[in-house]
Design a protein around this ligand. Sequence first.
Ligand SMILES: C=C(OP(=O)(O)O)C(=O)O
Ligand SMILES: [Mg+2]
Length: 401
Amino acid sequence: MTLITDIRLRRILDSRGNPTVEADVLTESGGFGRAAAPSGASTGEYEAVERPPTEAIAAAREHAVPRLVGEAYAGNQREVDAILHAADGTDDFSEIGANSAVAISMAAAKAGADVLGAPLFQHLGGTFRGQNVPIPLGNVVGGGEHAADATDIQEFLVAPVGAPSVEDAVFANAQAHAVVADLLAERDVACGKGDEGAWAPSIDDSEAFELVEAAVSQVEDDVGFEVGFGLDVAGAELYNNDSENYEYSDENRDTAEQIAYVAELVEEYDLVYVEDPLDEDDYEAFAQLTDEVGDQTLICGDDLFVTNTDRLREGIDRDAANSILIKPNQIGTLTDAVDAIELATANGYDSVVSHRSGETEDTTIAHLAVATDVPFIKTGAVGGERTAKLNELIRIADDAT
Ligand SMILES: C=C(OP(=O)(O)O)C(=O)O
Ligand SMILES: [Mg+2]
């Protein structure tokens, strides 16, 4: 029934105005799935390779499409994804592009769900999933690679950890985003938004901490449940391999100083989440920080792990973190992403399913997060390509997908 009969690939726009790959998968019994690849800006060095969309599409048409059409069943995700790997023939999708691979992988999953007449999360996770919807981490202030002339730390994330429902959590994040705008206006700080819809003011990190702390506490008082905050430091972007320093606008920190700085931030602001506090090659420094504050907060590896089970296994062996960011396009298929989540869960790591800075209206990650029962999803606070996922989570909780 889910035999793939056609795959169509095209270039569409992403949220930055760049081209990305969209895939349609059609099946014998009329099933249809459509998905689009997101795209990172602060990409990890060890991610699967994103090719320019025109090249990725041509290569996938030549190598992958003929192996899938009339051969594979969209309902059998592992088979589809294994064929994508075999068709590519490299270990980083540098032939067909991780952007073509992930678009086809996700579109096949949607086609499989369509044939079943089931929501995507249920097709991916089984009938007992759907009761737990992850708490969204909402980016309200940011800079780094996502905005020019803004904070050094890439993302200040609101974490409504006490929210009784995903709907309450989504609205708390949006409220915090609005409160930050009011606080900036009171200070006469003009600003635009970064790639993920967070405010991107030209302020230093210490002022951003002050603002986000104030916004979070105002929202917490208003909503009556616990709202914390966290960070994506994007440490690899700050780290200079030559100077061996983390280079901030106002000062440089060596690795020991960076560990002490982040540990202090965790204490001072009671941070519930810290992503990529250190460089993507420095498992040892990650392990030191996790040893110091890992019992108080999530230390999450994004560029460190790149959704890759080999890198995650090394991290687990070295006690480098206690959580992993999951971005399907970092590794190229849903199977690989789910394998990373399962390895994490088996070893006591929390998984955080995540968007990319360049996004589309695609909602696959909302379903993936529910299907795999992860505690958190990071997908922005406002902006159409972000609210596409947030609103889908509300629909899933309302049994309306
Ligand atoms: C979402 C992120 O940014 P990008 O997509 O640019 O890697 C991130 O670093 O977590
Ligand atoms: Mg990150």
